[in-house]
Design a binder for this molecule. Structure first.
Ligand SMILES: Cc1cc2nc3c(=O)[nH]c(=O)nc-3n(C[C@H](O)[C@H](O)[C@H](O)COP(=O)(O)OP(=O)(O)OC[C@H]3O[C@@H](n4cnc5c(N)ncnc54)[C@H](O)[C@@H]3O)c2cc1C
Length: 382
């Protein structure tokens, strides 16, 4: 390949992560070209569906909490810089028996950092959340600082910020290929060829096709279903109902929901347990069994919500075996930085991942603790 228009950095993939990375690199004065095969925000990858849960504590590992605290700051900065609202504070509740993972793992995640949460016994919870049917012995944990990110708007905001700082964006570029030489990286798209000193791969569920080395990433089908309440619509609106998480029957681990934000209904999704496969082989239609799982849950837990199914969409996770992200230098190509493996929880980190990857590209290191995320760790090597 022969390149033209030398850039400092090319970013491949401008979804949740790549848009933030491009914005941050441009803010730090890099000549950046962001390339996406489609035109984000779009509904083919992982960053659509109107809402993503965010809370500062992380049950996966304590080292994520300071990173999340920085992400909250950066989401706020993004809103200030663009005038676009990307975060809505709704609060978030987890409910279940105290020994259930969704409850048991929370106090150890909050307490070491002095993060506030409320432990609400069943009787009080039933009066505060009349829409929720709690079993005897179940409790609720409330995090009032939790909220919702609006993913499509967040991608738009990061792309707008990137442009504001001079980044060039090539959207709808079609198939892309890259190679690295001793002197540069070269990217070929369906509309042109480009070269740069450095390359960032942030292609979400397409990463396995793009990486050029085997990394243990699994693409998983997810569904999102929006329901209109049968009665008491006021119970289900943001401001009254926080987002909620509870345990779910196998094969799913968790079921979660988002309150009605703009009359679009209450959104449900199941965490884990979806079909695995190549991104091109994922079932995109909504199946009767998808609807049945959520309807059954609603009948047991929120019967007043069993009204009309308003909308449904599929989406994909890109999972690592240990559920930690993959961020760091490409093991074979020192000019390339890899950022992927969002594992169903990567959206709230987009803003700080932009900062981390910009640090790695420009400084070769970051102040954030990303030891768990190394692309060379045994858990992600195949
Ligand atoms: C249903 C669902 C619910 C979720 N809920 C939460 C949540 O509540 N909280 C949370 O924090 N996270 C959540 N997540 C996870 C989070 O949304 C993802 O981790 C995040 O969106 C991943 O962003 P990404 O940039 O890696 O992928 P994407 O946003 O999919 O971006 C990848 C981009 O790469 C582009 N691309 C692909 N191939 C190429 C190529 N060859 N060249 C150039 N561009 C290319 C694609 O077009 C796409 O735009 C959820 C995910 C799903 C699916």
């Amino acid at each position: 390949m022969s390149g033209h228009a030398g850039y400092d950095v090319i970013v491949l993939g401008l979804g949740g992560w790549g848009s933030a990375i491009t914005a941050r690199l441009a803010q730090r004065g890099q000549r950046v070209l962001g390339i996406d095969r489609y035109t984000p925000p779009h509904d083919k990858g992982s960053s659509h569906g109107h809402s993503r849960l965010i809370r500062v504590s992380s049950v996966e590992h304590p080292s994520y909490t300071p990173i999340m605290q920085r992400s909250y700051e950066l989401w706020h900065d993004l809103e200030q810089a663009t005038g676009l609202q990307v975060f809505t504070r709704t609060g978030g509740i987890s409910f279940g028996p105290p020994d259930e993972e969704v409850i048991r793992d929370l106090p150890p995640a909050y307490e070491p950092y002095g993060l506030p949460y409320q432990w609400i016994e069943r009787d009080e919870a039933r009066s505060r959340y009349p829409m929720l049917r709690l079993e005897p012995g179940e409790v609720v944990i409330l995090d009032e600082s939790a909220g919702i990110l609006h993913p499509e708007r967040a991608v738009e905001a990061h792309l707008a910020l990137a442009r504001q700082y001079g980044a060039e964006l090539l959207l709808g570029a079609g198939e892309t290929h890259w190679e690295a030489s001793a002197a540069a990286v070269h990217v070929r798209t369906e509309v042109g060829e480009y070269s740069a000193d450095r390359l960032v791969l942030a292609a979400g569920a397409w990463m396995p096709d793009l990486l050029g080395y085997p990394l243990n990433l699994q693409v998983e089908r997810q569904v999102m279903l929006w329901w209109q309440p049968r009665s008491h619509p006021e119970w289900f609106r943001a401001g009254t109902l926080p987002w909620f998480i509870g345990a779910c029957d196998p094969p799913y681990e968790i079921i979660y929901g988002v309150p009605d934000m703009d009359g679009e209904g209450v959104k449900f999704g199941m965490h884990r347990g979806g079909q695995l496969g190549h991104i091109d082989a994922i079932e995109r239609d909504i199946l009767p069994e998808d609807i049945a799982v959520v309807r059954g849950y609603i009948q047991r837990r929120m019967p007043e919500l069993e009204g009309t199914l308003l909308n449904a969409k599929t989406c994909v996770y890109t999972n690592t075996p240990d559920r930690h992200f993959v961020i760091g230098s490409h093991p074979l190509e020192p000019r390339v930085v890899v950022a992927g493996g969002g594992s169903g929880r990567g959206f709230k980190f987009c803003a700080v991942i932009g900062e981390i990857v910009a640090d790695l590209v420009i400084d070769g290191a970051t102040r954030h603790d990303i030891a768990l995320l190394a692309p060379t760790r045994p858990a992600v090597r195949t």
